[in-house]
Design a protein around this ligand. Sequence first.
Ligand code: AMP
Length: 127
Amino acid sequence: MAYAYDDQNIFAKILRGEIPNTTVLETEHALAFRDLYPQAPTHVLVIPKGAYVSYDHFAAEASDAEIVDYIRAIGQVCRMEGVAIDGNEGFRMISNAGAHGVQEVPHLHVHILGGRHMGRMVQKTEG
Ligand code: AMP
């Protein structure tokens, strides 16, 4: 089954310049910006510029150039934000996908969270 991409999602609007963002890094194929509702002292979202819903969509259909650029952009953001583990305290990277992943915005993004201890990885919840 094909992946369906909704080009009215909020990150697509950010990429088209229709909604402002606080950019941390822009590369040929990626954009990193601060989460509007930060859940940690560092909370940056990194998205590919291409129309991909989720990590699995990106992995299946993105070009090698897009994948390399995106992964390296994530690493660069970690270094720029002072959370990379070459001398810093580290970070958590999360990418929610679909209903069970509780993804709110249907454009691939990773959350880079750091600047505090992040606690347990997953908490058991109802539903
Ligand atoms: P997710 O639940 O993984 O889809 O995460 C979506 C994230 O996007 C949430 O952490 C929101 O706070 C964040 N968000 C929603 N709208 C904006 C926006 N306009 N600019 C920056 N971050 C946003």
